[in-house]
Design a protein around this ligand. Structure first.
Ligand SMILES: Cc1cc2nc3c(=O)[nH]c(=O)nc-3n(C[C@H](O)[C@H](O)[C@H](O)COP(=O)(O)OP(=O)(O)OC[C@H]3O[C@@H](n4cnc5c(N)ncnc54)[C@H](O)[C@@H]3O)c2cc1C
Length: 504
């Protein structure tokens, strides 16, 4: 028999667990379930197990709004973040609502029934796919493929005698003690891995094609820790959270409006942290402006310390070919290696790879507009969580859940079974959803929903602004159309028109 719930959440990661918490608190009488493809809670924070795995944003903003982060370290290690997510789930009984090994592959909306039919494949089971129905579908499936990291085909890699590992699938048994390691990449993962591996490896080289901005930040937040001793955890948390939002926002705004000022400040930090005469221009001076791509954080300057001590080094060059015992670079330099780590990034994936259709018409997300960065034009009773690129993911995830709760409450008040954001402007100019130069975004931005030329058809990148619109703004804004279960024909026609317009 097909199980029906009021709200169906896809994914039991940081976002899915947070969403469940918001929904069960706001609507104790509503039923919900979480479908999770894997056999465990935690998503990213369980999947990634490479040495040193940690957040690169502070836990006062990466933590949930409703659950204070109480540990002394604000830049936290992966296992602590995983424990935080799991404790949130078990303490609130959310774990009992999760159906593990259920990979959602399709969701079909019927206006006549005012509900979604969601098909999930059961991993590790020979059984046929199972179907659920729900009134509202909330997709918290993260933003990248779990089964495959981004792995460029390196020339000659088959000749290399040692292991080549991808951080997304870290082999537990890999022993790199006393070995020469090359980490390919210059993003957050490489910047985390290099100092962590340098603790026991003979030497770690970070091999990058081009540099990234790397900034040393304290791993502990002295203000938050001092306040916590005086005010207690619950009173301190919102203060620390808003302090960090403010600092992050000012830093981001200045990066966009006065990039030279920020570049000078970053460089001053690098001069202080790196050995005298270090070639900063070659290795730490990117060709783009700060925040065109995500800035990398080095907690307590760990990367720079490893370089100072001679345990790690940075090489900026191109790979010509792998050899049996290392990598030959375009400059002719030979880089000896026993182990190579390919920290080359992620493959972006929308809605966990699930397809959507509305009244039998397939939804191509690229032909839709993103409503408030969390719903799709013409797609009823559906929301998704994608966090900020310039601030902690959870800041947005909490707001998406809060907005969904407000929308559900408004539907109840109006006696509406259906809520659909409809774009009435057939000639609205569209733009890519994200103006972000990171490789994983650029490789896939054409598959994502579009931004419109005006609000609310835009993905906001300002938490303060989203607090105003998502937490306090009107739900009945004229763009969100409500229909009762007895008005499905009208709504189906509106949806069809919206899709036809976007196809045109
Ligand atoms: C190494 C790494 C470090 C990061 N560090 C930070 C940081 O410091 N700060 C920050 O803000 N962000 C960071 N991020 C981004 C990070 O992904 C988010 O912070 C956050 O963990 C996302 O949570 P989520 O629940 O939305 O997605 P995920 O953690 O990806 O969880 C998604 C869940 O959905 C499940 N799922 C996916 N598809 C399906 C499907 N079809 N059916 C059923 N279940 C499905 C997955 O199995 C998974 O459990 C980092 C990302 C990575 C990869």
């Amino acid at each position: 028999m097909t199980e029906h719930v009021n709200v169906l959440i896809v994914g039991a990661g940081l976002s899915g667990i947070g969403a469940a918490h918001h929904i069960q608190k706001a609507f104790p009488q509503k039923s919900y379930a979480i479908l999770e493809a894997r056999d465990t809670i935690g998503g990213t924070w369980d999947l990634f197990r490479y040495p040193g795995i940690r957040s690169d944003s502070d836990m006062h903003t990466l933590g949930y709004r409703f659950r204070p982060w109480t540990e002394a370290k604000a830049i936290a290690d992966g296992p602590s973040i995983l424990a935080y997510v799991r404790d949130t789930a078990t303490e609130a009984g959310i774990d009992k609502q999760i159906r593990f090994r259920h990979r959602v592959v399709r969701a079909s909306w019927s206006s006549a029934d005012a509900r979604w039919t969601v098909t999930a494949e059961r991993d590790g089971s020979a059984g046929s796919p199972v179907e659920f129905t729900c009134d509202f579908l909330l997709c918290c499936s993260g933003y990248y493929r779990y089964d495959k990291g981004f792995a460029p085909q390196f020339p000659g890699v088959e000749r290399f005698a040692g292991p080549v590992v991808h951080p997304q699938f870290w082999p537990e048994e890999l022993d790199y003690t006393g070995k020469r390691v090359v980490v390919i990449g210059s993003g957050a993962t490489a910047v985390t891995l290099v100092p962590a591996m340098a603790e026991t490896a003979a030497h770690v080289t970070m091999l990058q094609r081009s540099p990234t901005y790397v900034v040393a930040v304290p791993s502990r937040d002295p203000i938050a820790n001092r306040l916590r001793r005086v005010l207690g955890a619950r009173a301190t948390y919102p203060i620390a959270r808003w302090k960090n939002v403010l600092i992050g926002t000012v830093f981001y705004r200045l990066s966009r409006t006065r990039p030279e000022l920020i570049k000078r400040a970053i460089r001053r930090g690098l001069v202080r942290a790196l050995p005298a005469g270090y070639d900063i221009d070659t290795h730490f001076k990117p060709g783009y402006q700060p925040w065109d791509q995500r800035l990398c954080m080095a907690p307590d300057g760990d990367l720079f310390r490893a370089i100072r001590h001679g345990d790690a080094s940075v090489v900026t060059d191109q790979i010509e070919t792998f050899t049996a015992d290392g990598i030959r670079l375009a400059s002719g330099t030979e880089l000896p290696a026993d182990v190579v780590v390919s920290a080359t990034g992620l493959n972006l994936l929308l809605f966990g790879g699930a397809t959507l259709d509305v009244d039998g018409v397939a939804v191509d997300p690229a032909n839709t507009l993103a409503y408030k960065g969390m719903m799709l034009s013409g797609v009823p009773n559906f929301a998704f969580t994608i966090g900020y690129t310039n601030a902690s993911w959870t800041l947005k995830a909490d707001l998406v859940s809060e907005y969904v709760c407000r929308l559900l409450a408004r539907m109840d008040e109006r006696g509406a079974a259906i809520a659909t954001p409809i774009n009435d402007d057939p000639v609205m100019e569209t733009r890519p959803l994200m103006d972000f130069a990171a490789g994983y975004v650029q490789r896939s931005v054409h598959q994502l929903p579009k931004n419109g030329s005006r609000k609310p058809w835009q993905l906001g990148m300002s938490y303060a602004h989203d607090v105003v619109t998502l937490r306090h703004g009107r739900v009945d804004d004229g763009i969100m159309r409500f229909a009762t279960g007895s008005q499905p024909q009208r709504l189906a026609a509106e949806n069809r028109q919206a899709h036809e317009r976007s196809d045109a």
